[in-house]
Design a protein around this ligand. Structure first.
Ligand SMILES: *[C@@H]1O[C@H](CO)[C@@H](O)[C@H](O)[C@H]1NC(C)=O
Ligand SMILES: *[C@@H]1O[C@H](CO)[C@@H](O)[C@H](O)[C@H]1NC(C)=O
Ligand SMILES: *[C@@H]1O[C@H](CO)[C@@H](O)[C@H](O)[C@H]1NC(C)=O
Ligand SMILES: *[C@@H]1O[C@H](CO)[C@@H](O)[C@H](O)[C@H]1NC(C)=O
Ligand SMILES: *[C@@H]1O[C@H](CO)[C@@H](O)[C@H](O)[C@H]1NC(C)=O
Ligand SMILES: *[C@@H]1O[C@H](CO)[C@@H](O)[C@H](O)[C@H]1NC(C)=O
Ligand SMILES: *[C@@H]1O[C@H](CO)[C@@H](O)[C@H](O)[C@H]1NC(C)=O
Ligand SMILES: [Fe+2]
Length: 438
């Protein structure tokens, strides 16, 4: 009797140690592929993803037509000397041969240690037939009460699977390694309802400094050969390039030059006729106006205010590294976060507005330089940046309320951008970027 109880108890503990958790998907190198990544305390050999096409994401399935083996990475020793050593592994499997635009049901795990719940996603569309691509974009999220308004809004937004990707351009959990990585686990669980159905595409933030944490490398799995630091993909009529803005701040000069080689090669070889829009994203802004921030403390006053260099010296450092690249390759949009504010800047170069052929508050036809966006207000526990009383002359809009951005690449001539407030769902800013006929 005692032995049997002990056996049952050990079996359930060990199943938990291998149980698949924190499921999320990302675009693959192959247009007909989708990656899925999950975590568990220990790797379990033979773990895989099983997937099957369905006509609706709500369709119940009992059999999966396809299966693909996962491959594991085990985190290096996560121990905090004061507490017990903790183990963590993540697994990525690629679902391939997907029918464009079709819904799929999937689960991850194994017969031996158990399967996750069933999730659903829509395979990458065939944009030849329907060119429009839709994305949700933000940076500087966190875990906890401050993120609740945006999180529930994002769950509503993605209810119809009507987005092609979510971009989170850095600063995930303040910080993922904290509490032996349990904060990272909490963050990944928080985003699972959206990231298990829409490809969750990331860029490195300053809170993902890999000197002290492998979390950014191991928890995400982008279509990248550089541990997620730089990579590119196409959606609709746009070419997207993710890069890291952190190397100049962390003395990774080798990475900076390797990244530069990748960017130059990528931007000089992809098919600009097929993908006339060029959109790049990373964490730190080249241009922004907020030069102070306020520490956010729930129910407590006074707030602590501090001036910072994010839009001053640090922005100049980022500009010196990237501005000529973006200008010379005729990038349309540079999207950043880091400053906990929303700001949209008109096309600019060398700290000067470069007027479009036609330009008004919400329209630019025929841009001659990149337009800049800072979208860092989904809500996090750290701080927020109030609206700057001294905006750059080419700053077109600011908002400091919790929110996120929507990007619609409509076709080869029209892009539509919006900022949505999480609590009220109001559109606080909107912008048309239109190619000139010439
Ligand atoms: C992890 O590191 C701690 C402290 O540095 C050490 O005591 C422990 O033995 C290590 N554990 C493993 C499994 O390597
Ligand atoms: C997408 O659609 C076009 C036109 O219908 C077709 O030629 C192409 O093969 C399709 N691509 C894929 C990946 O199915
Ligand atoms: C980068 O290296 C320089 C020169 O070695 C040093 O002065 C500086 O403090 C370093 N910065 C960081 C962030 O490590
Ligand atoms: C680029 O794309 C266009 C339009 O889809 C196509 O006609 C052309 O052949 C492509 N060029 C190359 C080099 O693949
Ligand atoms: C920083 O912001 C304050 C207002 O908060 C403003 O008075 C000041 O001129 C700004 N400084 C710079 C260098 O932009
Ligand atoms: C950029 O322009 C603004 C406003 O015209 C000015 O205050 C700021 O000093 C300039 N920054 C640099 C680095 O030139
Ligand atoms: C692109 O979309 C815009 C806005 O919906 C529309 O006015 C325009 O006619 C479209 N262009 C093409 C080539 O489909
Ligand atoms: Fe940041």
């Amino acid at each position: 009797m005692t032995w049997r109880l002990l056996f049952i108890c050990m079996a359930s503990v060990s199943a938990d140690l291998y149980f698949p958790d924190q499921v999320h998907i990302a675009l693959d190198f192959q247009e007909t592929g989708m990656r899925v990544t999950w975590a568990s305390e220990h790797p379990s050999y033979g773990a895989s993803v099983q997937y099957t096409p369905v006509t609706s994401p709500n369709q119940q399935v009992s059999n999966f037509a396809y299966s693909s083996l996962g491959s594991w990475v085990t985190f290096p020793n996560l121990s905090n000397p004061k507490i017990l050593v903790r183990h963590l592994s993540t697994c990525t499997a690629v679902m391939s041969g997907l029918i464009p635009g079709n819904f799929y049901k999937y689960r991850v795990g194994s017969d031996l240690y158990g399967w996750s719940q069933h999730f659903a996603f829509k395979a990458r569309k065939n944009f030849t037939e329907t060119p429009e691509a839709r994305l949700l974009i933000y940076g500087d999220f966190g875990v906890g009460i401050e993120t609740a308004a945006t999180m529930s809004r994002l769950i509503q937004e993605t209810e119809d699977y009507d987005y092609d990707a979510i971009i989170h351009d850095g600063d995930f959990a303040y910080d993922m390694p904290d509490n032996q990585g349990e904060l990272g686990d909490d963050f990944m669980r928080q985003i699972e309802p959206i990231a298990s159905k829409i490809p969750y595409m990331v860029a490195q933030g300053n809170h993902e400094n890999e000197n002290y944490s492998p979390h950014y490398y191991y928890r995400f799995n982008m279509p990248s050969t550089s541990k997620n630091l730089w990579y590119s993909y196409n959606l609709g009529k746009a070419h997207f390039l993710a890069y890291s803005s952190e190397f100049m701040f962390e003395n990774y000069t080798d990475f900076l030059s390797q990244q530069q080689v990748f960017i130059e090669n990528d931007l000089s070889t992809y098919n600009r006729t097929q993908y006339p829009w060029l959109i790049v994203y990373s964490h730190r802004p080249l241009y922004c106006s907020a030069n102070w921030s306020t520490t956010y403390q729930l129910n407590s006053a006074p707030y602590i205010q501090r001036h910072n260099k994010d839009c001053l010296q640090d922005a100049v450092t980022v500009r010196n590294a990237f501005e000529d690249l973006w200008y010379n390759y005729k990038v349309d949009f540079v999207i950043n976060a880091h400053v906990h504010a929303y700001e949209r800047l008109a096309p600019a170069y060398k700290n000067q507005s470069v007027p479009c052929e036609y330009q008004d508050q919400n329209t630019c036809i025929g841009a001659k330089a990149p337009a800049y966006i800072v979208t860092g207000t989904p809500g996090n526990q750290e701080s927020y940046a109030p609206i700057s009383p001294t905006p750059l002359p080419f700053s077109m809009a600011q908002d400091s309320q919790w929110g996120f951005s929507r990007l619609t690449v409509i076709n080869e001539t029209h892009i539509y951008w919006e900022q949505i407030r999480s609590v009220t769902k109001e559109v606080s800013d909107w912008f048309w970027l239109i190619k000139s006929k010439n």
